[in-house]
Design a binder for this molecule. Structure first.
Ligand SMILES: [Zn+2]
Length: 252
């Protein structure tokens, strides 16, 4: 594992003092490579959290440009950046926050054709994209590649975040959870249903926490559990997702 420089020891001092993390956990974070799919509302919370935490390499996949309607929930972008590509701007944000992070901007839409090429080689992928079709492509690809997935979604006042390692015999994959109905539908767009900005931030921060604890080896392994947050009632729930024996992605 990589050593930490003097600057990094100072920068991560509040991490390193944590008994559950320590110098070993911090070096695990530095050694890790994480891809983030979507620099939207969830990405806007997850990207700063992962960059600030000292994940060694981040790849940000997004083919959108900043629109004024994004700014209510995407605070890594500024009002004067509308019309500019999100992936590049998010990468600039990371460089400004933490020069120790090696960050790449991938200004492409993730599809079934390029998913494997874009996601291969990462230690974990955090998916905060805005539609089920892409999420299923990400989930299927990662199950095949045996890369852990943290999937986060938020709409209106509801958020859900889960960790998936679907190639394991007793753990569900993302498709076990969602099923086959959404492969072609963008059925959950914020444009149609609305979403509270602070809710996407809650989901994105929670997803980053889940990624960090998985990489650093903190606490109980929650793969296969789904965390549901109701922002109107202010209530977290944790449910255990079953593996679908008929799942076309993970059942062998
Ligand atoms: Zn499955």
């Amino acid at each position: 594992m990589p050593d930490l420089t003097d600057d990094e020891l100072e920068r991560y001092a509040r991490h390193i003092v944590l008994p559950q993390l320590g110098g070993v956990g911090q070096r695990r974070l530095k050694a890790a490579s994480v891809a983030i799919v979507g620099a939207g509302g969830i990405g806007s919370a997850a990207i700063p959290a992962l960059a600030g935490a000292g994940i060694g390499r981040l790849a940000i996949v997004d083919d959108d440009v900043v629109e004024r309607t994004n700014l209510q929930r995407q605070p890594i972008f500024r009002d004067d950046q509308t019309g500019r590509p999100k992936a590049a701007l998010a990468a600039d944000f990371v460089r400004g926050l933490n020069p120790h992070v090696e960050v790449s901007a991938i200004e492409q839409r993730l599809t079934a054709d390029n998913a494997e090429a874009l996601l291969t080689g990462h230690d974990l992928v955090l998916d905060g994209c805005d539609n089920f079709a892409t999420r299923l492509v990400v989930g299927d690809t990662l199950t095949r590649l045996r890369i852990p997935l943290v999937s986060a979604a938020a709409v209106q006042f509801q958020a859900q975040v889960g960790l998936f390692r679907g190639w394991e015999a007793d753990r569900p994959c993302y498709r076990c959870f969602v099923g086959d109905a959404f492969d072609t539908d963008d059925c959950d767009t914020c444009a149609e249903q609305g979403v509270l900005g602070a809710l996407t931030a809650t989901a994105g921060s929670f997803a980053a926490l889940m990624a960090i604890r998985a990489i650093a080896g903190i606490g109980e392994d929650v793969a296969g559990s789904l965390f549901l947050f109701d922002g109107a009632r202010l209530d977290w729930r944790k449910i255990r997702l079953p593996k679908d024996p008929a799942c076309r992605t993970c059942s062998i």
